[in-house]
Design a protein around this ligand. Structure first.
Ligand code: AHG
Ligand code: MN
Ligand code: MN
Ligand code: MN
Length: 343
């Protein structure tokens, strides 16, 4: 944002999109509510040890294990509760689903029921919470089919192309909300003094080419042959078939890694490996891969499982996992090419 331009708040952006007919009042309210919840999570994250929010959830030394089989952190649980509470009473939602909950939660009868479904990863990057490295929240919005009596998990099983909005909030040196409603990907930075998100980039664009990749290299020996071949060629640098040197970055918070890629390009991958093959991958389709794929495509990038466009995957389960390749268009195409040639 140039210092002289008049700032566009998230509220103003959403009202202008509504005026243009690209969103309705309920979707606008939904995004405002999610943004408000993210501000609360940002405050909790920012307090760190002073807020008593670090460390594991659970009582009497007993770990609290979520549906993913992971030990929950206190901030996983708190962020989930903040998002649930904020979204319960606005009348914009029919039901919510979360990485941290076994099944969807239907809006209780005491509140009006709306026409949207909200999915979220309330706190992404759990392993980084206690070491003061960026974490985030990821969300995805679907329409609730309107010819159903009772909402259930099965109504969330829509492909990523059906998303009407998606975004993430990153709690880093600054708190930023990155959003798409299908009309470009835009970033908003939280002005902590006035308490509102202000647009800082309209129309983020991912460079098509890159020399930077993000992957957990410690899994190398567990990867499939096409992934071994792809990264082998990246590491070969100017001496290899790619003919250029690559740099590597791995934050281990998907939100932070994807935010870097939306800002300056790169490829993010969490491929299939022998440790997660029985689950289909590590990252979750509905809470992580699809919202990020929507944001990346809207910024001119690509997102794939290595074998299929991410947004075309027909979901079979709420907590389904998939391999993920996303970011700079040409580099994602290169990674997919290795899979195509090997299959
Ligand atoms: P979450 O904290 O929501 O469970 O997600 C963690 C994910 C993702 O953020 C990150 O890219 C990946 O797990 C990190 O995995 P490694 O432990 O392999 O680095
Ligand atoms: Mn988790
Ligand atoms: Mn996550
Ligand atoms: Mn999470």
């Amino acid at each position: 944002m140039s210092p002289n331009a008049s700032p566009v708040s998230l509220t103003r952006y959403l009202i202008e999109e509504q005026r243009e007919g690209r969103i309705g009042p309920n979707l606008r309210l939904l995004i405002e509510v999610v943004a408000r919840a993210c501000k609360s999570i940002s405050i909790a994250v920012g307090k760190g040890a002073l807020g008593g929010v670090l460390g594991d959830a659970g009582t009497a030394g007993e770990a609290s294990i979520n549906v993913q089989g992971e030990a929950q952190k206190k901030l996983d649980v708190l962020s989930n509760e903040i998002l649930l509470e904020a979204n319960a009473w606005g009348g914009h939602l029919a039901a919510l689903a979360s990485e941290e909950m076994d099944h969807c939660v239907v809006i209780p009868d005491e509140y009006p029921r709306g026409s949207y479904l909200l999915l979220f990863d309330p706190l992404d990057g759990s392993s980084n919470i206690d070491v003061n490295i960026s974490v985030g929240t990821i969300f995805s919005v679907l329409r609730c089919p309107d010819d159903i009596a009772t909402v259930g998990d099965e109504h969330f099983l829509q492909p990523g192309t059906a998303q009407v909005a998606a975004g993430y909030c990153t709690y880093g040196p600054s708190t930023m909300l990155v959003l798409t409603i299908g009309n470009g990907t835009h970033s908003f930075t939280l002005d902590r003094e006035i308490g509102s998100f202000v647009m800082t980039t309209r129309g983020m664009r991912i460079p098509e080419e890159t020399r930077e990749f993000a992957v957990n290299m410690s899994n190398q020996r567990f990867w499939e042959p096409p992934m071994q071949a792809y990264v082998g060629d990246l590491l070969a640098g100017t001496q290899g078939p790619r003919g250029k040197d690559f740099n590597m970055r791995w934050v281990a918070s998907m939100v932070a890694d994807v935010h870097r890629i939306l800002t300056r390009g790169g490829i993010f991958s969490y491929p299939l490996d022998a440790k997660c093959a029985d689950k289909g991958g590590k990252l979750r389709l509905m809470y992580e891969a699809n919202p990020m794929a929507f944001l990346v495509e809207q910024a001119g990038g690509e997102a794939s499982t290595g074998r299929q466009r991410m947004l075309d995957v027909a979901p079979t389960g709420l907590h389904q996992r998939v391999p993920v390749f996303l970011g700079s268009k040409r580099e994602v195409q290169a990674a997919v090419g290795y899979h195509t040639r090997h299959d």
